[in-house]
Design a binder for this molecule. Structure first.
Ligand SMILES: Cc1ncc(COP(=O)(O)OP(=O)(O)O)c(N)n1
Ligand SMILES: Cc1nc(C(=O)O)sc1CCOP(=O)(O)O
Ligand SMILES: [Mg+2]
Length: 215
């Protein structure tokens, strides 16, 4: 798939699932990725904070292989070198990770670059620097990450809805609130606990899709 096709998917497909082994009900990342893909999810981010580079590389390569089989979009969290090494479709960087200009230089024009944002200024900067999409959050309290920012304000949410690039909402999103965010205008939702933290992944994915289904 081309970069434009991956970007189109970010606009069209609401479910963006983030992997993390510690939050996966005892499953490995590879097993979780297989279940998530089999359930129909087509955007996956590999986010692993407590493994060595080699462990992450080995896992990421395997998950990348699975993603290819399903024609899914594979995004690496934080590490540009790993993204390049395992031929990821995209890299997601935070405000403390490498800046977009460096990431673009290292990863090349075809790599999708996502940037975490929390304010209007950060979103403006991400667009100006050439990010392909922004993550915006947290929308709700989350148990999956420590020291997150305060929840995004209504003013920031309004600003995000006018942005020229896709906005991926994140933080405490699940079947109870995803429909309201969709009604507000958001179209892409990154989730950890609502999918990989569930024992029945297929049922969880189906419930999320139903919650954003429009007739
Ligand atoms: C889609 C998406 N949005 C935001 C984040 C958070 O990234 P970051 O701020 O770099 O924090 P860590 O995930 O690295 O802890 C994300 N990963 N994905
Ligand atoms: C990784 C991450 N980043 C956030 C941010 O606000 O930038 S919130 C978050 C955790 C998302 O996990 P869950 O879907 O389980 O709440
Ligand atoms: Mg990061």
């Amino acid at each position: 798939m081309t970069k434009e096709q991956h970007l189109q998917r970010l606009r069209d497909d609401p479910l963006y699932v983030i992997l993390g082994e510690a939050l996966s009900c005892g499953r490995t990342n590879v097993q979780t990725a297989a279940d998530v893909l089999a359930a129909g999810v087509r955007i996956i981010q590999y986010r692993e904070k407590h493994k060595t580079w080699r462990e992450k590389y080995a896992e990421a390569k395997e998950i990348r292989r699975l993603c290819r089989k399903y024609d899914a979009t594979f995004i690496m969290n934080d590490a540009v070198d790993l993204a390049v090494a395992c031929k990821a479709d995209g890299i997601h960087v935070g405000q403390d990770d490498a800046p977009v200009s460096f990431v673009r230089q290292w990863a090349g024009p075809q790599m999708l670059i996502g940037v975490s944002t929390h304010t209007e200024e950060e979103m403006t900067e991400a667009v100006r620097d050439g990010a392909d999409y922004v993550g915006l959050g947290p929308f709700y309290p989350t148990q999956s990450k420590r020291d997150v920012h305060a929840p995004v304000t209504p003013k920031v949410r309004q600003f995000a809805l006018q942005l020229s690039i896709p906005v991926v909402a994140i933080g405490g999103i699940g079947k109870a609130n995803i429909g309201a965010l969709y009604a507000e205008g958001f179209r892409s939702f990154a989730m950890i606990s609502a999918v990989v933290g569930q024992v029945q992944i297929a049922a969880a994915v189906q419930a999320l899709r139903q919650a954003v289904a429009v007739d």
